[in-house]
Write a protein of this length. Structure first.
Ligand code: HEC
Length: 150
C-alpha cells in the first residue's frame, strides 16, 4: 500500500481566491508556494484532487493532452508543475500567454469554474508530478467518498 500526502494550507477555494487577490496586488512572491494539497493512496485520491482531474479534463485536456502529458500544440503541465510556482501557474491561467507565435494559451479570467478550482487543478498536477499518481481517472479514497458531490 502506498500513501502519499501533501498538505497545503487553507481550503482550496480560499487559497485560490487569495492567490488571485495577491497576484492582482502585484505581490505574488509573498504568497507561499505550498498550496498543493493532495492525498494519493494506491492510485486513489481525495475529492479535491479528483475535482482537479475533472476540471483539467474539461477545460485543459483538449490542448494539453490527456493526463497532463502535453501535446504537439501545448506543453506538458506535469513538467510545468515541477518547474513553476503556483503563482506563475495561476498567473498564466488568469492572463493567458503566447510565447511561441500562434500557440495561444487563452485567459481563463472570466471562467469562474476554472478560476475557483485552480488549487484543485494544481493539486492534481502536483500529484501527477511528484505524488506518484498515474494516468487515467483516479478513484476517490474510500474513507473520503462522502465528500463527493452528485
Ligand atoms: C486552446 C488551447 C489551450 C487550452 C484550452 C489551455 N491551454 Fe494552457 N497553454 C496552451 C498553449 C499553446 C501554451 C503555450 C503558450 C506559450 O508557448 O506561450 C499553454 C501554456 C500553459 C501553461 C504554461 C506552461 C509552462 O511551462 O509554464 C500553463 C500553466 C497552462 N497552459 C495551463 C493551462 C490550464 C490549467 C488549462 C485549463 C484550465 C489550460 N492551460 C488550457 C494552450 C491551451
Amino acid at each position: 500500500m502506498t500513501v502519499i500526502v501533501k498538505a497545503g494550507w487553507a481550503c482550496a477555494f480560499a487559497a485560490g481566491v487569495l492567490g488571485l487577490a495577491v497576484l492582482a496586488g502585484g505581490a505574488a512572491e509573498s504568497l507561499a508556494d505550498d498550496v498543493a494539497d493532495y492525498t494519493v493512496i494506491d492510485g486513489n485520491v481525495d475529492p479535491n484532487t479528483r475535482e482537479g482531474y475533472t476540471v483539467y479534463s474539461r477545460a485543459c485536456m483538449a490542448c494539453h493532452g490527456p493526463d497532463g502529458l502535453g501535446s504537439s500544440f501545448a506543453p506538458s503541465l506535469i513538467q510545468a508543475a515541477e518547474r513553476r510556482s503556483f503563482e506563475e501557474f495561476a498567473q498564466t491561467i488568469a492572463e493567458g500567454r503566447e510565447i511561441q507565435p500562434g500557440q495561444v494559451m487563452p485567459s481563463f479570467a472570466d471562467d469562474l469554474y476554472v478560476m475557483s478550482n485552480l488549487v484543485n487543478v494544481w493539486s492534481y498536477l502536483k500529484a501527477r508530478a511528484d505524488g506518484g499518481l498515474g494516468r487515467g481517472r483516479p478513484g476517490i479514497i474510500e474513507d473520503m467518498q462522502e465528500d463527493e458531490e452528485s
